[in-house]
Design a protein around this ligand. Structure first.
Ligand SMILES: *Cc1c(COP(=O)(O)O)cnc(C)c1O
Length: 514
C-alpha cells in the first residue's frame, strides 16, 4: 500500500488493503438482511399479532432531534463500530414513514415494488452518472429507449412525433415542468438563451387555478415572475375553463404582453381532474402557443386501453411531463419530459463543455446525450422502470392501472354508502376521492352558520390522531372556498377492499367525538 507523506503505519492498516468483500461483505450482508426484514417485509405489513409495522412512529421534531443526536458521527472523531452502525440503520428504519405500507395514502406515490427496488439497488451498486456514453454505455441507451417507448404511448406508435421527438429524465415533475417552460420559451424567442429577457416584451404563460404550484416556482426561477403565470378558472369539476383561457390570452395581448405557452393538466394533484386537451389544443393552435401537458400524475393511464381516453388530445401536445413514480409506482424518483420536437432540448440547454463533451472522441459522440440536460452529473432513474416494465410486461402495467381504477370505484361506493362521509366531487374522474368526514355532533346541521367552519377543523384533528397512533396516513387540504377535506388516492394495486374499509372505519373511529 502506498503511504501518504507523513503517514505513520498503524496496526490496523492491513485491513484497509483488503478487497471490499473481505472488508465489508459481512457488514453489507447484515444491512441487506435488516433492510429486507424490517423495511421491506415487516414494513409493508399491517400491524397484527404476527408482526408487521405501524405506518409510522410519530415523534415530534425536538424529540426526534435528540434521538438522532445519539447517532451522530462521534464527537471525538473516532469511527463507529459495526454494531453502532446497525443500530443506527435500525433507528432510521424504525422512525421513517413506511411509504410502502398498505395504509399509506398520503401522497401521489406509495407501495414498494420488488422489481423497482431491485432496479434501485442495482443502480446504487453501480453508482453511474449519465452524461457521456463513455461512463454510462448501458444506461445511455436504456434511457433513450425508454423515453422513446413512452413517447409512443403519448404521441401514438409509429407517429413521427414519437420517433422524431425527444425526451429527458428530470429530478421530479416540478423540474420537468420547469424544463418545459424553458424549452417553450426558447422556441418562442431563441435569443433568450444568450441575452436573457433583456429587450423582450413581457413573456406570459397560462395555467389553471388547479395547476401544480411548480409552474409558479419555475416561472419565478426563470425570470418570468409568478405574475407571468396568468391564472385560468376551472369549472366545478376542476377542469380548465377554456372560454376563460381565451379571454385571459386576449387580455394579456391587449396589455402588450407576449403569450407563449399554455400549461394543461392531465390529472390535477388534489381533485384528479383532466383539462379538456382537444379544446385547449385548438386555442393553442389559433394563438400560436406551445401546449404543455402536465401529466405527472395522470400519465400512467396511457398504459390502460380502458382508461387512456381520459388523456385524449395529449397526442397534440408539444411537451408532456409524466412521472412514472406516481401512478405506475416506480420508486422515487422517476420523472420525464417528453417532446414532439427533436433537437430542441439540445439547442436550448447545450453548452458543449469541452472537458466533457469532446467532439474528437473515438466513438459516435451523438450518444453523449448529457448536454441536452440542465444537470451535469445525473442519477439514473431509468433502470428501475425498465426492470418493472420487463418484469410485469406492458400487460402487467395495464392491469396495475385497471386494478387501481376498479378499486377507486369500490372506495367511492363505500364513501357514498356511509352517512358520515360527504363527497367533494360526486363523480371523480380519476384515482383521487375527496371527501369530508362529518362527526355525529354535526350531522344534520348543514344549515347552521358554524357548520363549515367546524368541518374545517375536523380533518386536521383526525390527521393528528392517525399520525400519533401510527395507523394511517391520508392527506387533507382546503381548496378554493372548500374547507379542509381528505384526499384519498391510490397507486398501489396491492391495496385490497379490507385496506380501503380500514381507512373509512379508522376515520369514523378517530373522529367519533369531534
Ligand atoms: C406531483 C405533481 C407534480 C410535481 O412532481 P414532483 O415529482 O413531485 O416534483 C407536478 N404536477 C402535478 C400535476 C403533480 O401531481
Amino acid at each position: 500500500m502506498a503511504e501518504a507523506e507523513g503517514h505513520v503505519a498503524e496496526p490496523g492498516d492491513w485491513f484497509e488493503s483488503l478487497p471490499i468483500e473481505a472488508k465489508h461483505g459481512d457488514f453489507l450482508r447484515r444491512i441487506a438482511d435488516l433492510l429486507l426484514t424490517d423495511a421491506v417485509f415487516e414494513g409493508t405489513k399491517p400491524l397484527d399479532v404476527t408482526g408487521g409495522s405501524p405506518v409510522l412512529r410519530w415523534c415530534d421534531p425536538e424529540d426526534m432531534a435528540s434521538r438522532l443526536a445519539e447517532h451522530r458521527p462521534s464527537g471525538d472523531g473516532r469511527p463507529a463500530t459495526q454494531e453502532q452502525l446497525l443500530a443506527f440503520v435500525r433507528f432510521v428504519v424504525d422512525y421513517s414513514v413506511k411509504t410502502g405500507h398498505p395504509h399509506f395514502f398520503n401522497q401521489l406515490f406509495s407501495s414498494l415494488d420488488p422489481y423497482g427496488l431491485a432496479g434501485q439497488w442495482l443502480t446504487d451498486a453501480l453508482n453511474p452518472s449519465v452524461y457521456t456514453y463513455e461512463v454510462a454505455p448501458v444506461f445511455t441507451l436504456m434511457e433513450e429507449e425508454i423515453l422513446l417507448s413512452m413517447r409512443k404511448l403519448v404521441f401514438g406508435d409509429g407517429h413521427p412525433s414519437a420517433n422524431g421527438g425527444d425526451g429527458i429524465f428530470c429530478p421530479g415533475g416540478s423540474m420537468a415542468n420547469g424544463c418545459a417552460i424553458n424549452v417553450a420559451r426558447y422556441k418562442f424567442a431563441p435569443e433568450v438563451k444568450a441575452s436573457g429577457l433583456h429587450g423582450l416584451p413581457r413573456l406570459v404563460l397560462f395555467a389553471s387555478e388547479d395547476a401544480h404550484y411548480s409552474i409558479y416556482k419555475m416561472a419565478a426561477l426563470q425570470g418570468l415572475g409568478e405574475d407571468g403565470v396568468f391564472v385560468v378558472k376551472t369549472d366545478p369539476e376542476g377542469r380548465m375553463d377554456v372560454g376563460h383561457l381565451e379571454s385571459q390570452i386576449d387580455s394579456a395581448l391587449a396589455k402588450g404582453y407576449a403569450p407563449f405557452m399554455v400549461v394543461a393538466t392531465a390529472g390535477t394533484t388534489v381533485l384528479g381532474a383532466f383539462d379538456p386537451l382537444p379544446k385547449i389544443f385548438k386555442v393553442c393552435e389559433r394563438y400560436g402557443l406551445w401546449m404543455h401537458v402536465d401529466a405527472a400524475w395522470g400519465g400512467g393511464l396511457l398504459f390502460s386501453k380502458k382508461h387512456r381516453g381520459l388523456l385524449a388530445g395529449i397526442e397534440r401536445a408539444d411537451s408532456v411531463a409524466w412521472n412514472p413514480h406516481k401512478l405506475l409506482a416506480v420508486p422515487q424518483q422517476c420523472s420525464t419530459l417528453l417532446l414532439r420536437h427533436g433537437g430542441l432540448l439540445s439547442a436550448c440547454h447545450s453548452r458543449s463543455a469541452s472537458y466533457l463533451f469532446q467532439k474528437d472522441k473515438f466513438y459516435d459522440t451523438s450518444y453523449d446525450v448529457g448536454d441536452k440536460y440542465l444537470q451535469c452529473g445525473r442519477r439514473v432513474d431509468a433502470l428501475k422502470f425498465w426492470m418493472m416494465w420487463k418484469a410485469k410486461g406492458t400487460i402487467g402495467l395495464q392491469k396495475h392501472v385497471d386494478k387501481i381504477m376498479d378499486n377507486i370505484k369500490y372506495f367511492l361506493g363505500q364513501v357514498q354508502r356511509r352517512a358520515s362521509f360527504k363527497l367533494v366531487l360526486e363523480n371523480p374522474a380519476f384515482a383521487n376521492v375527496c371527501f369530508w368526514f362529518v362527526p355525529p355532533r354535526l350531522q344534520g346541521s348543514q344549515n347552521s352558520p358554524e357548520y363549515w367552519s367546524e368541518i374545517h377543523k375536523v380533518a386536521p384533528r383526525i390527521k393528528e390522531k392517525m399520525m400519533k397512533k401510527g395507523s394511517l396516513m391520508v392527506n387533507y387540504q382546503p381548496l378554493r372556498d372548500w374547507p379542509n377535506f381528505f384526499r384519498f388516492v391510490l397507486q398501489n394495486s396491492g391495496t385490497n377492499h379490507k385496506d380501503m374499509d380500514f381507512v373509512l372505519n379508522e376515520i369514523e373511529q378517530l373522529g367519533k367525538y369531534m
